[in-house]
Design a protein around this ligand. Structure first.
Ligand code: NAP
Length: 247
């Protein structure tokens, strides 16, 4: 049974999630890479181990309750506690035109992964997070989640379609605050972050932000000290950096 500080990152076989896992590993965490595909997960974990990081893959499809329960049981049989959970797994289904024409099945699929997936995983791992001396949960949100920015004609959000994707992240922000309030008494901090427009498979490699730059805000909130915030929404420059926890 490992007593090393431990982190789980969902959707960690590529993109921002893999960069978050790498950065947490570099900070001394044993990292579990939650991946829905065995081969992609093993290949990503091997890549991190080659860089000297204590990393292993675990099958975890955030849209599948049984898969999440199995992953929680597997990790619980190997570690004393989970210190950090980063709910990073996310999907986007391409660029729908107008909300009046967006498929409801597509919107449901977006919510299933981007919002309900994070709730499902958080609920399943709470027993293990409660065993940590300083549990931290980070939700990978998006600047597109903001209702205020979406209403603002001068904002970049004004002309962006993606209603289902944006709404799924708005819902995620509300779940973040609800979890933060409930878990205050357990000393578990829960925050949402916006990694910024980052070139990944999710958006057809739009933008010039690197996954390493995008990951750093999640890593900061995943490792905040006891005086750090909870129930907040952060992006680069929004009050950061915070003092790190002395693990
Ligand atoms: N890129 C941006 O500009 C941007 C901006 C704001 C927020 N974000 C958020 O950042 C997070 C990471 O996105 P990314 O840009 O790094 O995208 P990405 O490269 O497409 O990575 C997404 C990851 O999520 C995984 N995933 C998807 N559905 C899953 C499921 N049901 N169960 C488990 N894993 C699943 C993918 O696994 P597979 O390889 O198996 O598909 C992949 O590992 C997402 O939550 C996204 O919404 C991204």
């Amino acid at each position: 049974m490992s007593t090393k500080i431990t982190a789980l990152v969902t959707g960690a076989n590529k993109g921002i999630g893999l960069a978050v896992a790498r950065q947490l590993g570099e900070r001394g965490f044993a990292v579990w890479l939650g991946c829905r595909d065995h081969e992609r997960g093993e290949s990503a974990a091997a890549q991190l181990r080659d860089a000297g990081i204590d990393a292993r893959a675990v099958i975890l499809d955030v849209a599948d309750g049984e898969s999440v329960r199995r992953a929680a049981a597997n990790i619980a049989s190997a570690v004393m506690a989970l210190d950090v959970l980063v709910n990073n797994a996310g999907i986007n289904l391409g660029a729908p035109g107008k909300v009046s024409e967006e498929s409801v099945d597509g919107i449901r699929a977006l919510f299933e992964v981007n919002a309900f997936g994070a709730v499902r995983v958080t609920q399943a791992f709470l027993p293990l997070l409660r065993k940590s001396a300083a549990g931290r949960i980070v939700m990978m949100s998006s600047g597109l989640a903001s209702i205020a920015a979406t209403r603002d004609m001068t904002s970049e959000n004004w002309g962006v379609p993606y209603a289902g994707y944006s709404a799924s992240k708005t819902a995620l922000n509300m779940f973040t605050v609800k979890f933060a309030k409930e878990l205050l008494a357990d000393g578990i901090k829960v925050n949402a972050v916006d990694p910024g427009l980052t070139a990944t498979d999710l958006n057809g490699h739009m933008g010039d932000r690197t996954v390493d730059a995008a990951a750093s805000i999640a890593v900061q909130l995943a490792t905040i000290g006891p005086m750090g915030p909870t129930g907040g929404f952060f992006h680069d420059g929004s009050g950061t950096p915070f003092a790190a926890h002395a693990w």
